[in-house]
Design a protein around this ligand. Structure first.
Ligand code: 5RP
Length: 262
């Protein structure tokens, strides 16, 4: 393990650590995808082993499922769990209303289904993910492979009447081939710059034939936990409006990092 984590990794780590404190014995927990969510899975695994916490995890991607099993977290399908107590996931952007852009890791479809099937969704992030307006991060849209170029053209046409700064749409690649999602679909990235009305955008996009789902998470996230490189953590609750401040001491968790870092 590296002797020292980067400030961004520390920020992700402390956000994940705070979020895992919300997990209780017996819970069914949605496990997000991405580097921040990976910290969360590792820290949760440590609690499962040390505290003999009995939880069931529903993974949002094959890579998260694999990591969770390595951490000895019981992984079940969403159909087995049916409904979840809590989902913890990362994000690519969040705004002041805790609306999100997700899908940078191409797992947005499973992530949205799992988060929507949860009583609560906690998002964990470093401070760079907070934005005044969503849209600087390209908005991922999952489309079926059949006629994807027509779907792309329909989206481009639709964007003309919406309040956005940019309208370029690109097919996400994985090396020299189109990226294929776990459902066998493609991802179109919408380079919008700024989305004037995210709620409208989310609704309209899903009306386009060929679109499976978009990466806008509107009214799904309840709480966002932002970590900072110096160990500070801010927790914001959308319903109560409460903001809590915590701090983690890095001197003590060095051993924890030793266990948790790749
Ligand atoms: C994957 C996601 C991730 O949560 C998002 O991309 C953030 O990733 P990271 O924590 O690595 O910054 O939506 O589809």
């Amino acid at each position: 393990m590296p002797a020292e984590l980067s400030p961004v990794d520390k920020a992700k780590f402390v956000a994940a650590k705070r979020a895992v404190e919300f997990v209780e014995n017996g819970m069914r927990v949605g496990l997000g995808t991405g580097s921040t969510a990976a910290w969360m899975v590792r820290i949760l695994g440590q609690r499962v082993r040390e505290e003999r916490l009995r939880i069931k995890g529903v993974a949002t991607s094959a890579r998260t499922a694999q990591l969770a099993r390595e951490e000895r977290i019981e992984v079940v399908s969403l159909d087995e769990a049916r409904w979840l107590d809590l989902t913890i996931d990362g994000t690519d952007e969040f705004d002041g209303e805790l609306n999100l852009i997700k899908g940078g890791g191409a797992a947005l479809l499973h992530e949205k289904i799992v988060a929507t099937a949860s009583d609560r969704m906690i998002v964990i992030a470093d401070a760079a993910k907070e934005v005044a307006h969503l849209g600087a991060f390209p908005l991922p849209v999952e489309v079926i492979p059949f006629g994807w170029q027509t779907t792309k053209a329909l989206i481009e046409e639709m964007l003309v009447s919406l309040d956005v700064l940019g309208r370029e749409v690109t097919l996400r690649m994985n090396g020299s081939a189109p990226l294929v999602t776990e459902q066998g679909n493609r991802i179109l990235d919408l380079h919008l710059g700024r989305i004037g009305n995210p709620r409208q955008m989310a609704l309209v996009l899903n009306q386009v034939p060929g679109v499976v789902e978009n990466g806008l998470f509107i009214d799904i996230c309840d709480r966002v936990i932002v970590g900072h490189g110096d160990g500070r953590v801010t927790t914001r609750d959308i319903y109560t409006g409460e903001v809590e401040h915590d701090r983690y001491d890095f001197a003590e968790p060095e051993n924890l990092f030793a266990d948790l870092t790749d």
